[in-house]
Design a protein around this ligand. Structure first.
Ligand code: CTP
Length: 411
């Protein structure tokens, strides 16, 4: 099967030119070059290609070096993994760089270990991969441009909308593939093949729960970046992945809130992934969040955001009829992301008022003014200024005159 026409039709012409340039260089070094993995899958599904995954039967570092020499740009290499990145001087279409990998075989010293990489053939390279739909390659050099390599039945599984592993040990080797199966299934509306599904079992879940926090968190980050993340979470719960990690389910009533990022005028710079974690975990106790944070290697910042969100949620009943100054005092040291997330979850208007207005309210009088009145700087200063601010927040004073009068009364 030849996909040359599909390639030319689907890719931006500047990307086709780029592939030809790389292919010419690769040919002159004697290295067959292939588009592989996700790029081939998405091309065949008629979906936009956001990245070009290129692999060659030869020395990836040598190829990237030759390209940099000829066309300029920067080079990053990973000798151990036989990979290289060519960073362009200026972007081509939306690409800033190209990654090259030498075709490789991967072995796992024990279940869940990071693989040991050795250079090998294209066939081995396809066989080391996660699912049949990700194990196809299209040759892009020479007159064989467009030739499909599909030794494992990827095209048939794409047509039948099936996610299928290549061998029964796949999830034991790399249990992050369980997340990947769930992601692809929900993203494309595919089914996970029944034999593959059976491999998500107590044994592979045990290996999964022993993975490093960084690897596990990365999988959740990727899920929150997906449009159809609620289906993915529901599937992770069904497959006992969440319980294996002692993580809660995602409350279905919050799922649509992830798309409600704040208006820029609110000056809360929360991203979708952080908001996802808040919606997922703000109903957990601070202690539970601490243990998940250790389990999933959350950053200190994310942990603080989640714990504050959890604390804020449990403070809400108490704050119900409080004055704006009391709300402000209670929450002003919390991360804005936490306040925004809890606002979305509860629709508590004071939280919105705090973010949009209250947090910016200050008295007109400053510390310098107090000094000018002959007061000695000290803790009393802060107390006076806080009292004035509270008066503004609660509507007790509305003008400089009223503030000055209050100040006279206090002093
Ligand atoms: N791969 C694998 N096992 C993994 C991770 C990746 O076999 N645990 C292989 C797959 O063949 C995959 C390729 O490496 O297609 C590239 O991985 P990645 O960039 O993570 O995935 P994409 O296929 O590009 O998919 P996505 O659209 O989700 O990024």
């Amino acid at each position: 099967m030849n996909l040359a026409d599909l390639l030319k039709k689907s890719l931006d012409s500047s990307l086709v030119d780029l592939i030809h340039r790389v292919a010419d260089e690769s040919s002159s070094l004697g290295f067959p070059l292939y588009l592989v993995g996700g790029s081939v899958r998405d091309l065949m599904l008629g979906r936009p290609i956001v990245d070009l995954d290129l692999t060659l039967e030869g020395d990836a570092i040598k190829l990237a070096r030759a390209l940099v020499k000829k066309y300029g740009g920067d080079l990053t290499t990973h000798e151990k993994f036989h990979t290289a990145t060519w960073v362009f001087n200026s972007p081509v279409s939306s690409l800033q760089s190209l990654d090259f990998a030498s075709t490789r075989r991967e072995t796992y010293s024990h279940p869940g270990a990071l693989p040991t990489v050795t250079k090998s053939t294209l066939d081995d390279d396809l066989r080391r991969r996660d699912f049949t739909i990700n194990a196809m390659a299209i040759r892009v050099d020479s007159e064989r441009f467009g030739e499909l390599h599909d030794p494992l039945g990827g095209q048939k599984d794409l047509e039948n909308k099936l996610i299928r592993v290549l061998h029964p040990n796949s999830f034991m080797d790399d249990p992050t593939r369980i997340f990947r199966a769930v992601r692809y299934a929900a993203r494309y509306g595919f089914k996970i093949d029944s034999e593959t599904l059976k491999l998500v079992n107590a044994e592979s879940l045990k290996v999964l729960s022993g993975l490093s926090g960084e690897r596990l968190r990365n999988e959740f980050d990727l899920i929150f970046a997906e449009k159809n993340y609620p289906t993915m979470f529901a599937r992770l719960a069904d497959l006992n992945v969440l319980s294996a990690l002692e993580a809660p389910n995602f409350d279905a009533s919050f799922v649509s809130l992830i798309d409600k990022l704040p208006e820029p005028s609110l000056s809360v710079e929360i991203d979708r992934v952080t908001l996802g974690y808040i919606l997922w975990l703000a109903d957990s106790s601070p202690r539970k969040i601490q243990s998940l944070s250790a389990r999933l290697a959350f950053t200190a910042e994310l942990t603080e955001t989640l714990i504050s969100a959890s604390k804020l949620k449990s403070m809400l009943t108490e704050l119900k009829n409080a004055k704006p100054s009391a709300w402000t005092l209670a929450i002003e040291n919390m991360p804005l992301d936490s306040i925004y997330g809890v606002y979305l979850m509860t629709n508590e208007k004071p939280l919105f008022d705090f973010l949009s207005t209250w947090r910016h309210v200050k008295p007109i009088t400053t510390g310098d003014d107090l000094k000018a009145r002959g007061l000695k700087p000290g803790p009393k200063f802060g107390e006076i200024l806080r009292r004035l601010r509270a008066a503004w927040l609660d509507g007790e004073v509305r003008s400089l005159n009223e503030e000055s009068e209050l100040l006279r009364n206090i002093l």
